[in-house]
Design a protein. Structure first.
Length: 189
């Protein structure tokens, strides 16, 4: 008797220890190819999931860092913005005052009367030095006796300098605006 032909030996190498067994009606090569494709698909899914996790972790870290930098910039910019706003407001006020003075709408009579009242000389003699255009605006306006209005081209239009026996009282628009600006800056600190 002749020996029966033997099936070729097929060595099966498993990538991991089997956890369960199932019967498959495939030849070993086809089974291995399908299994290899399933392993590749699973590895791809795990790789995509890991990439997404890393991207989100990196993005979250970048977003946290950006939020922190934004907070720091906001905290730093706050006082700088307030300071810049004060300076801008002062310059706007200066421009408006210049326009009002140039248009003759600066109430020079009221400014002179308030300066005289602040001088503390009562009805005593004093000389009010004002710009020549301001003097023209006050022609015919009565002031208390002992008060002399004098044109002084050195005095800026809108400013008033009152000379009294006790000294000189100066009301200047520019330095007044500067003082307001400095006071506001001082309140920031």
């Amino acid at each position: 008797m002749s020996p029966e032909p033997q099936a070729p030996s097929l060595e099966l190498v498993l990538p991991r220890r089997p956890s369960a067994v199932r019967v498959v009606e495939l030849d070993a090569a086809r089974f291995a190819a399908e299994r290899r494709q399933q392993d590749l698909d699973e590895a791809f899914r795990r790789g995509v999931a890991e990439g997404e996790r890393r991207a989100l972790t990196g993005a979250a870290g970048a977003l946290d860092l950006a939020a922190q930098r934004l907070d720091e910039a906001r905290e730093k910019a706050g006082p700088e913005l307030v300071s810049a706003a004060i300076d801008l407001a002062t310059e706007i006020a200066r421009a408006v005052v210049r326009c009002e003075i140039a248009a003759g709408r600066h109430g020079i009579e009221k400014i002179v009367r308030e300066t005289l009242a602040a001088s503390g000389v009562g009805r005593g003699a004093c000389v009010v030095h004002i710009h020549p255009r301001d003097l023209e605006r006050l022609r015919g306006v009565p002031f208390r006796s002992g008060t002399v209005l004098e044109a002084d081209p050195e005095v800026v239009e809108g400013d008033v300098h009152v000379t009294t026996p006790h000294g000189v009282l100066v009301r200047d628009v520019g330095p007044t605006l500067d003082a307001v600006r400095e006071r506001l800056h001082g309140e920031l600190t």
